[in-house]
Ligand binder design. Structure first.
Ligand SMILES: Cc1cc2nc3c(=O)[nH]c(=O)nc-3n(C[C@H](O)[C@H](O)[C@H](O)COP(=O)(O)OP(=O)(O)OC[C@H]3O[C@@H](n4cnc5c(N)ncnc54)[C@H](O)[C@@H]3O)c2cc1C
Length: 289
């Protein structure tokens, strides 16, 4: 397994629990996955699109995360009155538990979690080699310094910063989270989101290649002005976190030479990781590896 973010650690944990021998190779524990608090949100954006396979993803994540860390239940989406009809139409026929309140849509089994304790808990007991991967050649992993690892099956879960290793293209979207002094136990999301000590959102355009991101002053201003609309005030913050999302099309598990790529979840990595970890296990159990 190349990568120790939520994609790699989630999958490694599921494979390990199923009795498979897994070696995780990573530069560090998480990267984009160190976004301080992660929403687990089945109804996306300002248009209220219901995520593909949201029902399966919700079931898988509730079976998985609470075994490691607390998951705070519920997300409030303060949808403007004028848009509620369109949102209701999108939810029709879907099995996404929700209730409409005066304030907006309350998603009862959506939620959020703190990522750092989760990554550490998932890593416990796994075999992890901290090293830099320079090249993948079939199922051979070449490390900095010339060392090579020959795997039975390679799983690439190296996220945005490692994407050049597999050459699948995709979109890279930089973004930031302000670490607020206030603690938001109730997650709210419309335009931007607040949850825990996080105020985050998607503001900057996509790019075709990965570049390290640092929070820009205009991003801070945008986050605070959107927070004003969401909360009615601008929360105080002490620091910021910056990262890059990596988005492929909706097939997040792809065959590649030597194994699979498990990556490209965009802003929904924590939402889909448990479902795709199960799918990877199924593929490996069915396959002729
Ligand atoms: C502002 C912002 C807000 C977000 N909010 C949410 C949210 O609310 N909910 C949500 O689900 N997602 C959210 N995301 C997205 C989420 O953070 C990421 O998409 C996700 O964590 C990616 O996980 P990953 O495991 O694929 O990759 P990463 O966490 O980036 O992990 C990559 C791993 O690969 C390793 N690696 C990479 N290259 C190499 C190499 N050459 N050699 C060795 N190791 C290597 C790294 O060390 C790391 O261990 C947000 C992202 C941003 C930027």
């Amino acid at each position: 397994m190349v990568g120790a973010g939520i994609a790699g650690l989630g999958a490694a944990r599921v494979l390990h629990e199923a009795g498979l021998e897994v070696l995780v190779v990573a530069r560090e524990l998480g990267e984009a996955s160190r976004v301080p608090d992660a929403l687990l949100n089945p109804v996306r954006g300002k248009r209220g699109s219901v995520a593909p396979e949201a029902e399966e993803a919700l079931e898988a994540l509730w079976d998985f995360y609470p075994r490691f860390v607390p998951v705070r239940q519920g997300i409030l989406r303060p949808v403007p009155e004028a848009d509620r009809g369109a949102w209701k139409a999108k939810l029709e026929g879907r099995q996404i538990p929700h209730v409409w309140l005066d304030e907006g849509l309350y998603l009862e089994n959506a939620g959020w979690l703190e990522t750092t304790p989760l990554l550490h808990r998932l890593a416990e007991g796994l075999q992890i080699l901290y090293a830099v991967v320079e090249r993948l050649e079939g199922s051979t992993v070449w490390l900095r310094g010339g060392r090579r690892l020959d795997c039975r099956v390679l799983v690439y879960a190296g996220g945005a910063s490692g994407a050049h290793l597999i050459g699948l293209g995709g979109r890279f979207t930089p973004g930031s989270v302000l670490v607020t002094r206030e603690h938001f136990k109730q997650a709210r999301s419309y335009g931007v989101y607040v949850a825990g000590h996080s105020l985050g959102g998607s503001y900057l355009p996509h790019q075709n290649t990965y570049a390290l991101h640092q929070t820009q002053p205009h991003e801070v201003e945008w986050l605070l002005s959107e927070a004003q609309k969401l909360l009615g005030y601008r929360p105080e913050f002490g620091s910021s976190w910056a990262g890059v999302r990596y988005r492929l099309d909706k097939h997040y598990l792809k065959p590649i030479p030597g194994g699979y790529a498990l990556t490209g979840f965009g802003s929904a990595a924590y939402f889909y990781a448990p479902l795709y970890a199960e799918r990877l296990l199924r593929r490996l159990s069915e396959g002729s590896w």
